[in-house]
Design a protein around this ligand. Sequence first.
Ligand SMILES: Nc1nc2c(c(=O)[nH]1)N[C@H]1C(S)=C(S)[C@@H](COP(=O)(O)O)O[C@H]1N2
Ligand SMILES: [Mo]
Length: 246
Amino acid sequence: MKRQLFIATSLSAALAGCGAIGTKLTGNDRVHAILDAGENLDLALIGTHGLVREYSTRDISPDFPINSLDTPVDATYVHLMRTAFTSFRLVVDGVVDRPLSLSLAQLNAMPQTAQITRHDCVEGWSAIAQWSGVALRDVVAMARPRKEAGFIVFRTFDRDANGVPYYESLDFSQALHPQTLLALKQNGAPITPDRGAPVRLKIPTQLGYKSAKWVRHIQVVPSLAHLFGGQGGYWEDQGYQWYAGI
Ligand SMILES: Nc1nc2c(c(=O)[nH]1)N[C@H]1C(S)=C(S)[C@@H](COP(=O)(O)O)O[C@H]1N2
Ligand SMILES: [Mo]
């Protein structure tokens, strides 16, 4: 309680004294306001979402279910998998000043962060694992989103039985959250093909369906209206809530 009060007081003081920082900032201005503000301002700038609990290594679940569409079997993905993803590129584009095409080596060379967090599937199961990789906010900041940027869309390699691709999306509060991760490893080992290799999203503040596996393309877009069913995700297009905060 005391700690919460302290955080609230110091944050409102910090925010009042720093007129450039506010929720109305968009695109790159918002990205940089958050990054420049330093760790102490995270809780204010991420609004009501807060930080989820982090666990210790002894809490790691011995069995973590695999629960998604099938691992892709198309020629492109199979080739990438057989060649240790050496020609894989994570493309970041859309309304950005600096589109990116990042190899796995480049992602591994960026500052790495790790978290032991709980994954909660909407179907009612949970499991704890350690995830490590690159904070999504670092990649977003590198791409320099423009003012009109509103959402970050994740395009993946997998499709359902009818050929409909999986996809997901986050707003900037979710994407810049310090625990939102482009995961390259699970429990210290590279993400396996069944788990979404080589890069998956891990967003522990949201239900499992937001944590897109097999991410190949990150698009920064002004609006979600023109993508697939217009609801911002594969499951959202079938009636799930877009906001999946836990
Ligand atoms: N690309 C892709 N990502 C996905 C899914 C999927 O079908 N395709 N399923 C989601 C759901 S509902 C859950 S619970 C988690 C499961 O991740 P896991 O297989 O590593 O447990 O992946 C999420 N990410
Ligand atoms: Mo899920």
